[in-house]
Design a protein around this ligand. Structure first.
Ligand code: SAM
Length: 327
């Protein structure tokens, strides 16, 4: 029988640094709304629908890589505790957990970490229903807070999962910091499976990261952050006054998601005692997705104490699922 152990909620800890980043981001030029505000309940649901779009290759590439290489991954991983950063709907993870649970004599421990508590609860219930002998220990909070709890059980050997090319959604400094946190939460010999998206043509990327004709999923995913801010901080944004677009910055190797109002917008977030004016057509960055160069990734991994054990590659779209070992 599968079971969900009590949900650990560490979001109070991450609220302070999240709010600091938000205030700084909305006060500077160009303005930035941190990615994390994209994943309230509605944002998480829209993202799941984006994953169903045929054009969104990162999801489909990762699914194909997992399906094709599941035996190899499970052979190398054996039976370990599985810790997932940003599990979302965990539809791909379910493939892996189902296979590992079959191979495991004892209940398999799964520790999903996600800021979106509603999605985390729903995912945990679904997995507990569908996979025999899974023991789920959900943690609602940001990666850093979740990992600090994971690190309190140093005796476990683990497979960390970090999929959906989420490593690319943070700045270079934060990527290094997060890999360092993962390395500290784990121990020598622990493994990590990570989805990585590589630099490629602008047209391929912009096609994947924008709505196909007749769809408005990406647009709603990006502007929903304003609704999330209104609700969380008692604000007055009108999301329908904003347009959106994702473009590839080829110099920085980064997809940049921007929204902008069609007319000047006077905004206030009473809960933060913050107000200002966003001018018509002023770009506000609400998400970024870095696309790696191979050398850059190798340097990042080795400097944070990880070595590549296996690289499963979807060459047609330059997307890889890497199995890493902690040194
Ligand atoms: C790009 S989605 C990937 C979801 C899933 N892993 C997949 O591959 O389809 C990112 C997920 O990470 C969560 N997330 C984003 N930023 C986070 C943070 N700072 N700490 C914890 N979870 C975060 C989101 O709620 C979302 O579920």
């Amino acid at each position: 029988m599968s079971a969900i152990r009590g949900l650990i909620d560490v979001r109070v800890d991450d609220a302070t640094s999240g709010i600091r980043d938000l205030i700084a981001g909305l006060s500077k030029t160009p303005r930035v709304i941190p990615t994390v505000y994209g994943y309230d309940e509605r944002g998480s649901e829209i993202y799941a629908q984006i994953c169903d779009l045929k054009t969104y290759y990162p999801y489909h590439a990762e699914w194909a890589l997992l399906t094709r290489n599941i035996d190899s991954i499970c052979d190398q991983a054996g039976t370990r505790e599985i810790v997932e950063l940003g599990c979302g709907t965990a539809t791909k993870t379910e493939l892996l957990l189902s296979r590992m649970a079959i191979n495991s004599q004892a209940p398999l421990r799964y520790v999903p970490i996600d800021v979106s508590e509603e999605m985390l609860r729903r995912t945990s219930v679904r997995l507990a229903d569908s996979i025999e002998s899974l023991e789920i220990h959900p943690i609602a909070g940001d990666y850093h807070s979740g990992l600090s709890i994971v690190g309190q059980r140093p005796e476990a050997s683990r497979l960390f999962l970090f999929m959906g090319s989420s490593l690319g959604n943070m700045s270079e400094e934060k990527r290094r910091e997060l890999l360092g946190d993962i390395r500290s939460a784990g121990r020598r010999g622990d493994l990590m499976a990570i989805g990585v998206d590589f630099d490629k043509s602008r047209s391929t990327l912009e096609n994947a990261y924008n709505d196909p004709p007749e769809y408005d999923l990406w647009h709603n995913f990006l502007t929903n952050r304003l609704t999330c801010l209104n609700r969380t901080f008692d604000g007055n944004f009108d999301p329908s006054a904003f347009d959106s677009r994702l473009t590839y910055n080829t110099d920085a190797c980064r997809m940049e998601a921007q929204i902008w109002p069609r007319v000047d917008v006077e905004f206030r977030l009473d809960g933060l005692d913050l107000q200002g004016v966003i001018k018509a057509n002023e770009r506000v960055t609400v998400d970024t997705s870095h696309k790696f160069k191979p050398d850059e990734l190798n340097e990042l991994l080795s400097s944070t104490g990880m070595r590549i054990m296996a690289s499963y590659d979807e060459s047609a779209v330059k997307y890889s699922l890497l199995l890493l070992e902690m040194m």
